[in-house]
Write a protein that binds this ligand. Structure first.
Ligand code: MEV
Length: 445
């Protein structure tokens, strides 16, 4: 029996080891070292150049973790039809998005508009001095901020973006001597995180130098404590709205037991519940992010930043609620979603990840604004599909049908067994136990 590495061993310098050695350390924890190494290596790209790209995205990469890359066709946004790439492991999400996209494509498609694209960064600092003096000095300070960030902003300005403004915010009622410099940015087609953070760190340095040398400041006023300089992932002014509308008659036949109007009213009530009740709102919005995250990942965007902003926006009134809304007026069903989406179509992973690059090409190389509208439309498609199922046949029927393959794979079903199971379960309720029983019986006979 080979010597097994202890699980609680602290490993020094792991990042400096060769990839093969890292693999061995990981395999040492397992019962089957050789099989483990074989498994992890089986997910490497045969093309070593390609693998190197993935190795270098992150630290301590030992293999790749695959997630399906699917397509939602027939997504019509502002009259243009897209094939939208979605990267997601949950079996029913692409099917749900595709079905909703097709449904709305026959009813005028998704309408969308970007309301604003401003992003925010903050320098958080403490300063114990006479606020009035600081306010008086601020115009001069703002000029120096502009001058000193010029080398960083020059390229962005050529593209039409840059720093919009610097604002002093007094936060002393919340924390002793606490102020912020709030900096607003336009980052055009890039998400802009690195650009924003570089500008902020330069701004903090300028602030530090300024207070030291400003003639009107004396004693402790000559010292500022910079706490931190960082972008805010909350981007309430980088906002997109997507909506659909149709007369009740276009909602006939969604469910045999509901008229178009009854469906519209039931759907509206379900959305209202997500406006009132936080428990429901969280799941409702999770369904929206099923679509949003999947396109964000497929296009190389930071889905954690997007989720953080979306959930904060959902709680902006102090009460977490639905990101989508419904209005019924004059015999018409109007349904919309509005949320912040800080996306990029240049920089970051967008051109480095071969599939992110492909996704953007497939979408026709959209600007960040166009991508905001597409991504929000997919959030809405998934929300519509989920709520439509919930208020009619329930979610499990479709969900479990899509999950059937996962259950069959769990039982290591052969292709022949899968065909028989798919045929049988097209008219029977899918559950883990039922599928297990079905396979057992099949194997016995
Ligand atoms: C499942 O991933 C998402 C849903 O729960 C969303 C919803 O309930 O609205 C179906």
């Amino acid at each position: 029996m080979p010597h097994r590495r202890k699980r609680d061993l602290i490993i020094k310098g792991f990042s400096k080891l060769l990839k093969e050695d890292k693999l061995k350390i990981v395999a040492d924890l397992m019962d089957n070292q050789l099989e483990t190494i074989e498994l992890l290596k089986s997910f490497w790209y045969a093309d070593t150049e390609k693998q190197k790209i993935f190795d270098e995205f992150s630290e301590n990469t030992i293999t790749n973790f695959y997630i399906p890359y699917g397509i939602a066709p027939n997504v019509v946004v502002n009259g243009r039809t897209y094939l939208v790439p979605m990267v997601i492991e949950e079996s029913s999400v692409v099917a749900a998005a595709s079905s909703a996209a097709r449904f709305w494509s026959e009813r005028g498609g998704f309408h969308a508009k970007v309301k604003n694209t401003v992003k925010i960064g903050q320098v958080h600092f403490q300063w114990a001095g006479n606020k009035q003096k600081f306010v008086q000095a601020f115009d001069e300070l703002r000029k120096q901020f502009r001058e000193n960030t010029q080398s960083i902003t020059a390229n962005m300005e050529k593209r039409g973006g840059g720093i919009l403004d610097f604002q002093l915010v007094d936060m002393r009622d919340k924390l002793e001597n606490y102020y912020q410099i709030n900096v607003s940015f336009e980052t055009m087609d890039s998400m802009g995180a690195n650009f924003i953070n570089s500008c902020l760190e330069e701004t903090a340095k300028t602030l530090q130098e300024f207070v030291k040398g400003y003639p009107a400041f004396e004693g402790k006023e000559k010292k500022v404590v910079i706490i931190m300089s960082i972008l805010s992932n909350y981007t309430p002014d980088c906002l997109v709205k997507v909506w659909v509308e149709c007369p009740f008659k276009d909602l006939e036949n969604i469910d045999p037991s509901l008229t178009g109007e009854e469906f519209a009213r039931k759907f509206e009530t379900a959305v209202k519940i997500a406006e009132i009740d936080t428990f429901r709102a969280t799941t409702h919005n999770k369904g929206i992010f099923n679509g949003i995250d999947a396109v964000a990942i497929a296009t190389g965007n930071d889905f954690r930043a997007i989720e953080a902003a979306g959930h904060t926006y959902a709680a902006r009134t102090g009460h977490y609620q639905s990101l989508s809304h419904v209005e019924i007026k004059n015999g018409k069903f109007k349904y919309w979603i509005e949320l912040p989406l800080a996306l990029g179509t240049v920089g970051g992973l967008t051109s480095l990840h071969p599939l992110a690059k492909h996704s953007l090409e497939m979408l026709g190389k959209p600007s960040a604004k166009e991508l905001m509208m597409i991504v929000a439309a997919l959030g809405m498609a998934n929300n519509f599909a989920a709520v439509r199922s919930l208020v009619t046949k329930g979610i499990q029927q479709g969900h479990m049908k899509m999950h059937l393959m996962n259950i069959l794979n769990h039982f290591k079903a052969t292709e022949g067994e899968k065909d028989k199971a798919v045929a049988y379960f097209s008219s029977h309720k899918v559950s883990f136990a039922e599928v297990g029983e079905f396979i057992k019986n099949l194997r016995h006979s």
